[in-house]
Design a protein around this ligand. Sequence first.
Ligand SMILES: Nc1ncnc2c1ncn2[C@@H]1O[C@H](COP(=O)(O)OP(=O)(O)O)[C@@H](O)[C@H]1O
Ligand SMILES: [Mg+2]
Length: 286
Amino acid sequence: MRVTATAEFMLEPILEPNKDQGTSRDAIGLGQAAGKGLNTRHGTILTLEDISVSFDGFKALNDLNLYIGVGELRCIIGPNGAGKTTLMDVITGKTRPSHGKAWFGETLDLTSLSEVQIAQAGIGRKFQKPTVFEALSVFENLELAQKTDKSVWASLRARLSGEQRDRIDEVLDTIRLTASAHRPAGLLSHGQKQFLEIGMLLMQDPQLLLLDEPVAGMTDAETEFTAELFKRLAGKHSLMVVEHDMGFVGSIADHVTVLHQGSVLAEGSLAQVQENERVIEVYLGR
Ligand SMILES: Nc1ncnc2c1ncn2[C@@H]1O[C@H](COP(=O)(O)OP(=O)(O)O)[C@@H](O)[C@H]1O
Ligand SMILES: [Mg+2]
């Protein structure tokens, strides 16, 4: 169940103590701290092999193979209906493949873990629409994302350690919201809310970040900052970015995967895939 952050926040005083309080946070990828012991010996953080997903006989993913390296920044492109969102759903455990292998590192079988376990293992996902707590300040949003306690009020009442405060300050700086730290998140621009949500994911220090159309609706300046931010995050984290904005893709990705009808159609640099005849056919409908 996904509840909007605002609705959950408003319900909190009535429902507390509510053991389900954390469910929607976990469902948007804000689980606990990333698993430190992830084994990525062969330099691959994500391995997908022969993944198929069927909806009433229709194959949204069809024997898909995809490998993402540790610290890589991978862009996934492809026409509407290609299976990009379904791919993220499989990685995060929201949708189960009918067959195929999905490994996080060398040892974690994603097909046998729940959504919450996958978030806890270190995979964070950002959906298109920002889901920040509008009535809370930017700082408090980051504070909540850091806490493992499931109750909003208990989290905000608990005192922060110096180390926790430093980490929040560091993330505020990373997402360029230091000056807005004490403003209600509801007053931020659309782009700033997106940055805050990325910051909330970063509080969990995920090894793999999945971002679905992160620059949709952003101004040019915000898009440029997002490109700069993602390039800075790569290396320390692995990123998988689904995006339609080719200017943006060209500015961040050294490696692009083109999805079409649930399978990988082409892979390479953006220039390489743009020259690929089959890709041109799919995009131009020839
Ligand atoms: N829950 C579902 N039930 C039935 N069909 C679905 C479902 N989710 C996705 N699909 C279909 O699977 C295909 C891939 O969808 P999606 O992964 O959302 O594509 P993309 O994100 O690349 O636009 C589409 O044809 C879509 O209609
Ligand atoms: Mg989609």
